[in-house]
Write a protein that binds this ligand. Structure first.
Ligand SMILES: Nc1ncnc2c1ncn2[C@@H]1O[C@H](COP(=O)(O)OP(=O)(O)OP(=O)(O)O)[C@@H](O)[C@H]1O
Length: 229
């Protein structure tokens, strides 16, 4: 199996005055192409920091972060930005949609960065919105949609450019249980359809049962690894 995300002895220490907070202690892991993984842990366990390290959003204090064979921890900000545009999709807890843009424009944004021509962009974005059940909401702005609908737009945006890896940080954190299930179902369906790797951070054990593999994080370490078959 090809590896998509690899961490080798990754460590992240924050300094607050004289104090040191070890957010990620010394984690090594390897996530295969098309694998769906969950990072499960309570508040403060270090799971968001771990996700940010994996996604190249933060530099490790020590260790290696490798995505698709490339050392992201060695990249400059410019290289990283380009690398993320080409390889990574994000789904956020608070959706992070552009408030002034319509659903269609929000979803087509990653394609703009990739230089896809306008007509093709609109076609792909409309198809994605159709796939997430929002075919009738292309012109709506985030404020005019429910949380669940906004997160569907967020999912469409993360997957539209078919990035090899999608990171989701508490994607259902602001949603009720029924909507959470729908949103999870959509992410899994999209990831499985194109063999995309999906890494989901959650504190909800209910969400983790959908993953192929669950890393339970405690005090910045991997406490257990569970394989679901
Ligand atoms: N920028 C920062 N500066 C200092 N300490 C930080 C910083 N970011 C995180 N921490 C600390 O690192 C530890 C892990 O935080 P992290 O946000 O990764 O946990 P988490 O498991 O995602 O929690 P939550 O579910 O509440 O977001 C915590 O003790 C936190 O206070």
């Amino acid at each position: 199996m090809k590896k998509t995300v690899e961490l080798e002895n990754a460590r992240k220490v924050y300094r607050l005055g004289d104090e040191k907070v070890v957010a990620v202690d010394n984690i090594s892991l390897s996530i295969a192409e098309g694998e769906i993984c969950c990072l499960l842990g309570t508040s403060g366990s270090g799971k968001s920091t771990l996700l940010n390290l994996m996604a190249g959003l933060e530099k490790p204090s020590k260790g290696k972060i490798i995505i698709k064979g490339k050392r992201v921890d060695k990249m400059s900000e410019t290289q990283l930005a380009l690398f993320r545009q080409r390889n990574i999709g994000f789904v956020f807890q608070s959706y992070n949609l552009m408030p002034m843009l319509t659903a269609l424009e929000n979803v087509s944004l990653p394609l703009t960065f990739r230089g896809v021509p306008l007509k093709k962009r609109n076609q792909l974005a409309a198809e994605m919105l159709e796939n997430v059940g929002l075919g009738k909401y292309l012109k709506h702005r985030p404020m005019q949609m429910s949380g669940g609908q906004q997160q569907r737009v967020g999912i469409a945006r993360a997957f539209v450019s078919k990035p090899p890896v999608v990171f989701a940080d508490e994607p259902t954190g602001n949603l009720d249980s029924k909507t959470s299930l729908e949103v999870m179902g959509l992410m899994l369906e999209m990831a499985r359809a194109h063999q995309q790797t999906l890494v989901i951070v959650t504190h909800d054990p209910g969400i983790s049962k959908y993953a192929d593999r669950v890393y339970t994080i405690l005090d910045g370490n991997i406490e257990t690894i569970l394989e679901n078959h």
